[in-house]
Write a protein that binds this ligand. Structure first.
Ligand SMILES: [Zn+2]
Length: 289
């Protein structure tokens, strides 16, 4: 397969594509992607907030499933509006875990009336403690299917005290893997994500930049100690084992200890397209199927 690299990162000040030393291709124009039956878009991803959207259907019938809601409802509303999507189109929110950059507390009061929060059983007590209206929550441990027809297979992984959930989503014969805030890329993760069409996975930090940073040693240990985040090297190794068919999206880059170019360099020459999610702005949506 011809080596293909794709990097479509939108910066705060302009919409230029970042420059790499390997071939770069642009994703589908936003209007084309969003008009398609199902598209995946990371609205933003960093330790300041993570939110992605699966967009289903066409025209006025388009509905949205969010994966994490770590941006404020106001910002989420604005970013969805940029794609012509209404806030009230959010039917479901899949929650990987309840850290503030994945579950912004403002959602507790701002949840659209018909929207369901899907939270793993191990996180329920924490959700109730945070003040989440539990009548709006569906708890899961096993695979389940959303009203929009997306089949969801969760895998629990190590991350801090409570763990995190990675999702494999299957819709109309196309699969999307979503895995972030991973202590390590365990065998169960590799197995669950094997051969997905699109893989969105954390590439949090450059090991050298992390080690040389002036961060407290305790913080470095938390991040690198197997219960924190995946490094660029660990991410690339996991991707090689998972063997995604078409597209890889790198999530949750550290602003202090990483850069899009550094993270992307680990995937140079790979046989899949590559997108680095931006900390502030949505990427060009990926059409699924
Ligand atoms: Zn996070």
């Amino acid at each position: 397969m011809a080596p293909v690299g794709i990097l479509r990162a939108v910066t705060r000040t302009n919409h230029d594509t970042l420059r790499l030393d390997f071939p770069v291709h642009l994703g589908a124009p936003i209007t084309e992607a969003v008009a398609s039956p199902t598209a995946f878009c990371v609205l933003a991803s960093s330790s300041s907030g993570n939110c992605s959207a699966l967009i289903h259907g066409e025209g006025l019938l388009r509905r949205v499933t969010l994966i994490d809601c770590g941006l404020s409802p106001r910002r989420t509303r604005l970013l969805l509006a940029r794609m012509g999507l209404d806030f009230s189109a959010i039917d479901d929110i899949l929650v990987t875990h309840l850290d503030g950059d994945h579950f912004y507390s403002g959602w507790i009061k701002a949840l659209p009336r018909h929207t369901w929060l899907h939270i793993h059983a191990r996180h329920l007590r924490r959700a109730a403690h945070a003040g989440v209206d539990m009548s709006r929550v569906t708890a899961f441990e096993d695979p389940f299917t959303l009203r929009c027809g997306v089949h969801v297979r969760p895998t629990v992984l190590s991350h801090d005290e409570w763990g995190v959930v990675a999702f494999r989503l299957d819709v109309r014969g196309v699969s999307l893997g979503y895995a972030t805030d991973l202590g390590r890329a365990s065998a169960s993760l590799i197995k669950a994500m094997q051969g997905v069409d699109v893989l969105a996975i954390e590439s949090n930090y450059c090991r050298r930049m992390q080690v040389e940073s002036d961060r407290p040693e305790q913080l470095k240990e938390r991040i690198m100690g197997g219960f924190g985040h995946l490094s660029n090297e660990e991410c690339a190794a996991a991707v090689r084992k998972i063997q995604p068919r078409d597209h890889v999206v790198l999530l949750h880059l550290s602003r202090q200890c990483n850069s899009p170019e550094t993270a992307a360099a680990h995937h140079a020459g790979a046989g899949y397209r590559l997108t680095v999610a931006d900390a502030e702005w949505p990427m060009a949506p990926i059409v699924l199927g």
